[in-house]
Design a protein around this ligand. Structure first.
Ligand SMILES: Nc1ncnc2c1ncn2[C@@H]1O[C@H](COP(=O)(O)OP(=O)(O)OP(=O)(O)O)[C@@H](O)[C@H]1O
Length: 464
């Protein structure tokens, strides 16, 4: 039986010796996958040592970086090295990394179980599971649909089409589906690959006059997940083949999951018949992450890191600050928090707001909104039909006090100002008043939908 989860095994069989140049090529792909910031922090400092007997050996400037790379980027590195036609199934990375290192018995996969066979063959990233996917308003629909596809015995919507801007979790969700189905049904043939890999394999099969094998391989899977389908726009023969594969599977009632950076209708240079088939199931978009989701992702990352590095400590408020300032994508946010970990490892002290600002200054500058407390007061007053003077006055009636508390809450959340600084701007109030206001609004957001909506609307206006 042909390997199902591995888009690269055949290429790997004929592996030539890997060189520095080949590592450079793989690095380019890795950079695209993990983003520029992660790349600069973790991958750029590595140098290629050797690739022998399937073990890729890289050296890193410190043990910490080596360990972190192994824990977080092993899959993506191996995938791209293997994608360039080199047999690589294991990574060794450290200050002393050496090609002769062998897996310890604990690390050696038990080849007797279907589960470990699936793991050995696959190109999935171990981190991309439902467990590690944080759900918020912006992605709850996509998450629910993905869960349904992963858990349903029957096919409810075919295809499931996930779309959204870069770095918002499409690949993560697709791989989570693949993991889940593979886990629950080891007998099922689940294939995950990018549209680029699909094209590569198709072209290879043409070159090797093995198109029948190609068709056989793709048309006998139970679940097919194709990432970044916008890639095949304008590529006629690949589109044609994709269309036939897609139809054959859907007609047999096999689940297909597709992702793209935009909706089917917005992908230009896609044949009309393909667009309409892509729209024939469920089309769900992942919206840009809101503040709560951003904070959730940061918190999750920190908890994971702290579990392995008990000495790691971060000052209260730093994550909230980062979540409010770094809005580009979850990938960028992850890059930021990982950089913070590397920084914490160097200084070996509690990470303060000032240090975080220093370590991430380029990222923060890029997303600088320069939001002032005056602006926050102004937008809040407009929303509640109040005067600016109400923000600083001593009036305590609820119609004025509540919006004022809301403005204080937003000032804390959306600016780097401290409690005393905010107090001074709001008519010279004490920092404890600001602290109380922030807590009060947080409490009300959890209980009162009107307040929750107000907070969200105001935040969106201010951040937009
Ligand atoms: N809701 C989430 N919870 C936890 N991590 C997330 C979430 N969304 C995205 N991520 C993380 O952000 C990073 C980027 O996500 P992913 O690669 O899935 O994005 P994508 O939408 O496929 O982007 P692209 O279009 O560039 O391929 C990954 O490391 C992923 O784990």
């Amino acid at each position: 039986m042909a390997p199902v989860l591995n888009a690269t095994n055949e290429q790997a069989d004929g592996a030539e010796r890997m060189t520095n140049d080949a590592w450079d090529l793989a690095r380019g792909h890795i950079r695209k996958d993990i983003g520029a910031h992660n790349y600069t922090t973790w991958i750029e400092p590595l140098s290629f040592r050797s690739l022998e007997d399937g073990t890729l050996s890289l050296s890193s400037p410190t043990e910490f970086i080596g360990k972190w790379v192994m824990q977080n980027f092993q899959d993506v590195i191996l995938r791209h090295v293997a994608g360039n036609g080199h047999a690589a199934s294991r990574l060794v990375c450290g200050a002393q990394a050496h090609s002769s290192a062998r897996p310890s018995p604990r690390e050696t996969p038990d080849e007797s179980t279907p589960r470990s066979r699936a793991r050995q063959e696959n190109t999935l990233d171990k981190r991309f599971t439902f467990d590690s996917f944080i759900v918020g308003k912006s992605n709850e629909m996509a998450h629910a649909a993905a869960r349904r596809v992963a858990s349903d015995g029957t096919v409810s919507f075919n295809p499931l089409f996930l779309h959204g801007r870069v770095g918002l979790g499409k690949t993560h969700l697709m791989q989570a589906i693949a993991w889940e189905i593979q886990e629950a049904h080891p007998e099922k043939r689940v294939m995950y690959l990018s549209a680029e890999q699909f094209m590569y394999r198709f072209v290879q099969s043409l070159r090797e006059k093995a198109t029948m094998d190609f068709k056989q391989l793709f048309r006998t899977v139970d679940v097919l997940l194709v990432d970044d389908v916008q890639f095949i726009a304008g590529k006629e023969s690949t589109q044609e083949e994709f269309f036939h594969t897609f139809n054959a599977l859907v007609d047999q009632g096999k689940q297909v999951v597709i992702s793209a950076d935009r909706s089917p209708a917005d992908i230009s240079d896609l044949e009309e018949r393909i667009t309409s088939r892509l729209q024939s199931g469920l089309v769900v978009d992942l919206h840009p992450a809101d503040y709560e989701l951003r904070l959730g992702v940061l918190q999750h990352r920190v908890d994971m890191f702290a579990a392995q590095n008990p000495e790691f400590q971060i000052e209260d408020g730093v994550l909230e600050y980062l979540a409010s300032r770094i809005t580009a994508s979850i990938r960028v946010l992850e890059g930021a928090v990982m950089r913070l970990f590397a920084y914490a490892d160097l200084i070996k002290q509690v990470v303060t707001l000032e240090q975080a600002q220093d370590a991430l200054s380029d990222l923060l500058r890029a997303s600088e909104k320069k939001l002032t407390i005056d602006e926050i007061m102004k937008v809040t007053c407009e929303h509640y039909a109040l005067r600016m003077s109400d923000m600083t006055s001593a009036r305590r009636s609820r119609t004025v006090a509540r919006p004022r508390q809301m403005a204080m809450f937003l000032a804390k959340r959306l600016t780097p100002r401290s409690y005393p600084e905010i107090g001074r701007k709001f008519g010279g109030r004490d920092h404890t008043t600001v602290l109380y206001a922030v807590r009060k609004i947080e409490e009300l957001i959890a209980q009162d939908t009107q307040i929750a909506e107000d907070a969200q609307l105001l935040q969106r206006k201010l951040e937009g």
